[in-house]
Write a new protein. Structure first.
Length: 117
């Protein structure tokens, strides 16, 4: 059998790996075995954090709405309950956006929701 030289293939594979680990600290960006482990862990963290990001944003929207409801003397839980009883198309994201950018509109919506059954 003829001899097969694989240096080109492994070098290409290593170069692609080092592109992924660019910016990592220590030996995690320039040693093949460490870089491979680092990319595996980075992929796991990226996957889980894409899901956690949705939780974080929801919590931020709720706290923004809660802060805006405090001066009116309304608890967020009461407001959310009244909101769920209605067929209201506004979600937490839209309400939080309204509370920060147009507080007058937000206040009028809150009053209309709280006055209804």
């Amino acid at each position: 059998m003829t001899r097969v030289k694989r240096g080109i293939i492994s070098r290409k594979r290593h170069k692609n790996l080092f592109k992924l680990t660019k910016g990592f600290r220590g030996t995690r960006n320039n040693l093949v075995r460490m870089a491979k482990q680092a990319t595996l862990n980075a992929g796991i963290f990226a996957f889980t954090d894409r899901r956690n990001k949705k939780r974080v944003f929801r919590a931020q929207w709720i706290s923004t709405i809660n802060i805006s409801l405090k001066p009116m003397g309304i608890k967020y839980s009461e407001f959310a309950h009244k909101l769920s009883l209605q067929d209201n198309p506004l979600n937490r994201k839209a309400l939080a956006e309204m509370a920060t950018n147009t507080p007058e509109t937000f206040n009028s919506i809150v009053k209309s929701i709280m006055d209804s059954k």
